[in-house]
Design a binder for this molecule. Structure first.
Ligand code: GUN
Length: 296
């Protein structure tokens, strides 16, 4: 059997960056304010630091007004809410992203709810989550939106397909399942959300035409859990020890890629699959927000 086609998230994300850059140039040409994104990082989680620095770098490359606010892990709830109130009122800012996870003493849901829904480019605010669940336009979380875009641009047929989403998080699994089941492009699938309590998980996965792995466990999906010809979307970013690597570790997905590519019809690699799409969709959501604010 032929090996799976690789779904090139890095290449597709680069195309989207170019589209965003062109849109920003057009905004500048007609005298509009460029999109502005504020990223707030509390604490010094190394993975969060790395994600945030990629996000602000890509924003700057796209010609955005980009602001990064770093605060220590000791920041209080009140201090963080005050920062958000300031950003909500700042006309140069169209998107506000508070990097998660937050330190344990801060209630994440309270912070998310404090972000103005029309600047919530992460799509985590209950208003935007609610809009997605009833099919109204709003901000959609960047990673599931990136998966939808990969499926569209890779011309994956989702209509009538059986899709299994492994993971029920608010960030990825739940919204990804909603997008796959809604009417329209990259939708119309029959969707099942599976999780740690799902019975006969391997059997269920083996029935999936589209398998989205978002459980955060390295190599959780083995080759025997994949239906021949299935489309496999790997959302995992897991660091594992690797004595042969320069720094003693490397990043792998939730799927055993080497085994899966011999069985799947198409698969996203890690790195270079879903990851770059998350950042591309953040830029697109921020651009959308800027255009909506300026149309008011
Ligand atoms: N932490 C991991 N992924 C994300 C994301 O997409 N947005 C935010 N705000 N935090 C995250």
């Amino acid at each position: 059997m032929a090996e799976a086609g690789i779904i090139d998230g890095k290449g597709i994300a680069a195309d989207i960056h170019k589209e965003v850059i062109a849109a920003v140039a057009e905004m500048k040409a007609v005298g509009k304010r460029v999109p502005g994104l504020a990223v707030v990082l509390v604490g010094d989680n190394p993975a969060s630091k790395a994600y945030v620095s990629t996000k602000t770098k890509r924003c700057a490359e796209a010609g955005f007004h980009s602001m990064q606010i770093d605060r220590p892990a000791s920041t209080t709830r009140e201090e963080l809410l005050e920062i958000i109130r300031g950003l909500n009122a700042d006309p140069s800012i169209h998107g506000i992203l508070v990097q998660l996870p937050l330190p344990a003493h801060i209630d994440e849901q309270e912070v998310i709810a404090a972000i103005s829904p029309d600047k919530d480019v992460d799509g985590f605010h209950p208003i935007n989550a609610g809009k997605l669940s009833i099919g109204l336009p709003g901000f959609v979380p960047c990673t599931p939106l990136g998966i939808q875009e990969l499926l569209i641009r890779h011309k994956v047929r989702t209509s009538g397909a059986f899709a299994v989403v492994l993971g029920r998080s608010n960030l990825v699994g739940r919204p990804a399942a909603q997008l796959l089941s809604q009417k329209g492009p990259a939708g119309d699938a029959t969707v099942c959300i599976a999780h740690s309590r799902t019975r006969d998980l391997a059997d269920l996965c083996r029935r999936a035409d589209i398998l989205v792995a978002a459980i955060g466990k390295a190599h959780f999906v083995t080759g025997d859990m994949i239906k021949p010809g299935a489309v496999v979307i790997d959302v995992g970013i897991n660091r594992i020890d690797d004595a042969s690597a320069k720094n003693g570790s490397r990043i792998v997905g939730d799927v055993d890629f080497e085994a899966a590519k011999k069985i799947a019809g198409a698969i996203t690699p890690v790195p270079g699959g879903v990851g770059p799409m998350t950042v591309a969709m953040l830029l697109r959501n921020t651009l959308q927000s800027a255009l909506q604010h300026q149309a008011k």
